[in-house]
Design a protein around this ligand. Structure first.
Ligand SMILES: N[C@@H](CCC(=O)N[C@@H](CSS)C(=O)NCC(=O)O)C(=O)O
Ligand code: FE2
Length: 282
């Protein structure tokens, strides 16, 4: 498990400072300073995974240059938990965190099952979601895995507690930044705003202030796609997003008139996801 800079909470592993390369659950707070060594160059392993019934993307990220090969999973699904465990094992990774972008309404999260299957794994979700988890995240927090991290950006509007996870900047590596937008920003679209305290005006402001301000080459990885897209960029969505390129008033009208049926699993998924997927409530 990684410890990053100065901890914000008593057991915090996500912080407002740099990641360090300690090993052990609550190892040295800042070993590169203590030893005088420089930070190891990280190496990002990235996998985009798909669950076809809910058209959900799950993302696996790891720092394979670190001796522990620490990893995180974003938005796992209960139905594909076995697949995710097998992949983590096959790739020789140490899964640290299973994180959700929000309380999903269309599928049960895999976090509870994964916590059962891989001892020591911690679940994380935003504090604003009101859901149970081991770690409650606030805007600006950093979730570290090896010498990589995901920064938390608050992007409410689809739901009250939606966040976007953005890979760290300034790493000396040839990767563009990646934004895991959940349902706040979908490719050429966005999440609906008609339940879970959704608010179109809030969503519009969230996306414009927290996502569209990222560098244009930033890769957009959403939680769902219904049309076969896998990835976009901030630059592409600024030009071609069918909803968020409009002005705010037009956007609100579009969102009021979507006329989508409620997700089939909503009455099961939301209460389960408020309890970390029901499998292992913490
Ligand atoms: N058909 C699916 C649910 C589809 C749906 O409502 N998707 C959500 C994201 S999951 S909360 C959404 O925001 N869609 C926006 C859009 O424009 O499609 C089911 O029944 O499970
Ligand atoms: Fe959603």
């Amino acid at each position: 498990m990684q410890v990053c800079g100065v901890s914000r909470l008593f057991n915090a592993v996500f912080l407002k400072a740099h990641c360090s390369s300690s090993s052990g659950a609550f190892g040295l707070r800042n070993p590169e300073i203590m030893t005088g060594s420089t930070k190891a160059q990280p190496s990002l392993l990235f996998r985009q995974l798909f669950e076809k019934e809910s058209s959900t993307y799950t993302y696996l990220l790891a720092d394979t240059a670190h001796s522990d090969r620490p990893a995180v999973l974003v938005d796992p699904v209960d139905k594909t938990a076995e697949r995710d465990v097998a992949l983590v094992e096959q790739l020789g990774l140490k899964l640290l965190y299973v994180m959700n972008t929000h309380v999903h309404a269309d599928h049960v999260t895999g976090t509870g099952l994964l916590k059962k299957k891989i001892p020591g794994v911690k679940s994380a979700i935003s504090r604003a979601s009101g859901a149970k988890a081991d770690i409650h995240l606030d805007a600006g927090d950093k979730i570290c895995f090896g010498n990589l991290y995901l920064e938390v950006r608050s992007t409410p509007g689809h739901t009250e507690g939606c966040v976007t996870y953005v890979t760290g900047e300034g790493l000396e590596q040839p990767y563009p930044r990646m934004a895991f937008t959940g349902d706040a920003l979908l490719i050429r679209g966005c999440g609906r705003t008609d339940f879970q305290r959704g608010d179109a005006s809030r969503l519009y402001k969230s996306v414009h202030s927290q996502i569209f301000t990222l560098p244009k080459e930033t890769l957009i990885y959403p939680a769902h796609d219904y049309k076969g897209h896998m990835v976009s960029t901030v630059g592409e969505e600024l030009k071609f997003n069918t909803r968020l390129t409009k002005d705010e008033e037009e956007f609100k009208l579009i969102m009021q008139n979507l006329g989508l049926p409620y997700p089939k699993l909503m009455d099961v998924a939301v209460p389960s996801n408020m309890l970390c997927g029901f499998q292992d409530p913490v």
